[in-house]
Design a protein around this ligand. Structure first.
Ligand code: HEC
Ligand SMILES: [Cu+2]
Length: 417
């Protein structure tokens, strides 16, 4: 076989390989609702419309691309200098100028009409069945079910948070839903119109969940509105879509859509303050992918609560309020402090000090409260937590792991704001 023939075959093989790779890429883009390379079709009327618009405009662009590049390539080949050494010399053709203004104009109008119709639909937040206020924080989300007296923070799941630490030694591929899992998902009912009021407490964030085609900026001092009506029970994940500082990549969003009855049950529990139990109620009707993620986060909270409740019934009022503070404080600690100070309080020295026997923890409560409210060096401020949560977490750190430095009341925190 000649060297030339061998080269040609190698080339043909490479081209065929690349073609196959492209074809499978295209196939994955079209078959998956998400996780592919295309905009997902999603699970709402709006998300399907957005997908349809995206595809229609994509094909318009493909046709324009073929026509424009075709004309260019044709001119380059058939009017090259060796064929036409003396170029044609013409200008100011009114007909051509009208045509190349009119055609793009018609194309733009043809695109704008359906796009505007969908945009108007997205903006129509009237007659919502429920409203949830979403507030962006550096770096977590807060959900407030308006009029229901249910509100909570949603932060990166403990597993992801541990794995993401520098030199954590954890294989992130082994962490389910790495960086797109949270401790407490936003729970909404299926088939109901849910209005979102989106704002921020600090810098600009953006609340983005591709499968429901909701992406809105969260801007301090403004309230943006948008809505969704999810058709299928399931777990839908998203992320903050506005560069918002150091941990921008670590404030994911999880929306769990439940059948109405299960949502009601969850809401009733949440009103009793047991928000962490959400996934436990949910697992029955959500797709299989949600179950493994739900189990580890869901299990410890109710169990811990039951144990604590069982252990405490006969305690005196003062002692029981300390127990309550410790119990609440542990939950607040796990959600906000554990990544740096570790579950057992020993921290990750030298950067993140141990709280076991720490001088600050043993010292006056005022100094420790001030440090938690305002932060210090690498420790971020936690002023967004309620007085009760700060009192609880300070009490917890002062009395867990062999520490014993007394109880802090919410009123002390309020006085130091
Ligand atoms: C992003 C990591 C981080 C998080 C999250 C964090 N801390 Fe800290 N914490 C630090 C760092 C760093 C210091 C040391 C600050 C300094 O003195 O420069 C510190 C110091 C402390 C100290 C004083 C310890 C000592 O001996 O100096 C206490 C008490 C404390 N943190 C409590 C908390 C509590 C309570 C929370 C949760 C509400 C929390 N921290 C969350 C990083 C963190
Ligand atoms: Cu953000």
């Amino acid at each position: 076989m000649s060297r030339q023939g061998w080269r040609t075959r190698q080339l043909a093989r490479a081209v065929a390989g690349a073609g196959l790779a492209l074809a499978s890429l295209a196939a994955s883009a079209y078959t998956e609702t998400s996780g592919g390379y295309n905009v997902p079709t999603g699970v709402t009327e709006i998300s399907r419309e957005v997908h349809g618009l995206h595809m229609a405009i994509f094909w318009v662009c493909v046709v324009i691309g073929i026509v424009v590049f075709g004309a260019m390539i044709w001119s380059i080949i058939f009017h090259r200098r060796s064929k036409h050494p003396k170029p044609a010399d013409f200008h100011e053709s009114t007909t051509v100028e009208i045509i190349w203004t009119a055609i793009p104009f018609v194309i733009l109008i043809a695109i704008a009409v359906p796009a505007a119709a969908t945009l108007i639909k997205m903006e129509d937040t009237r007659n919502a069945d429920l409203s949830v206020k979403i507030t962006g924080y550096q770096w977590k989300w807060h959900y407030d079910y308006l009029g229901e007296n249910v509100s909570f923070f949603s932060t990166l799941s403990a597993e992801s948070n541990r794995a993401r630490q520098l030199k954590s030694g954890i294989d992130v591929n082994a962490v389910p839903n790495y960086l797109v899992d949270v401790d407490q998902p936003l729970v909404v009912p299926v088939g109901k119109k849910v209005r979102f009021l989106i704002t921020s407490n600090d810098v600009i964030h953006a609340w983005w969940v591709p499968e429901i085609a909701v992406k809105k900026d969260a801007i301090p001092g403004y309230v943006n509105e948008i809505w969704t009506r999810i058709e299928h029970p399931g777990t839908y994940r998203g992320v903050c879509a506005e560069l918002c500082g150091r941990d921008h990549g670590y404030m994911p969003i999880v929306v769990r859509a439940l059948p109405e009855a299960e949502y009601k049950a969850w809401l009733t529990k949440a009103k009793g303050g047991v928000v962490a139990a959400a996934p436990a109620v949910a697992v029955t009707d959500v797709p299989a992918d949600a179950a493994p993620a739900a189990a580890p986060t869901a299990a410890p909270a109710p169990a811990a609560q039951e144990v604590a409740a069982a252990a405490a019934p006969a305690a005196a009022p003062a002692a029981s309020s300390k127990d309550d503070l410790m119990k609440q404080g542990e939950a607040v600690f796990k959600a906000n402090c554990m990544a740096c100070h570790q579950a057992n309080g020993t921290g990750l020295p030298p950067n993140f000090p141990s709280l076991v026997g720490s001088a600050v923890v043993k010292g006056p409560a005022e100094a420790q409260i001030a440090q938690v409210i305002n932060g210090k060096n690498l420790m971020p401020p936690f002023k967004q937590l309620s007085d009760a949560d700060i009192a609880a977490v300070v009490t917890y750190t002062r009395n867990a792991w062999g520490n014993s430095s007394g109880v802090v009341a919410p009123s002390q925190v309020a006085a130091q704001r």
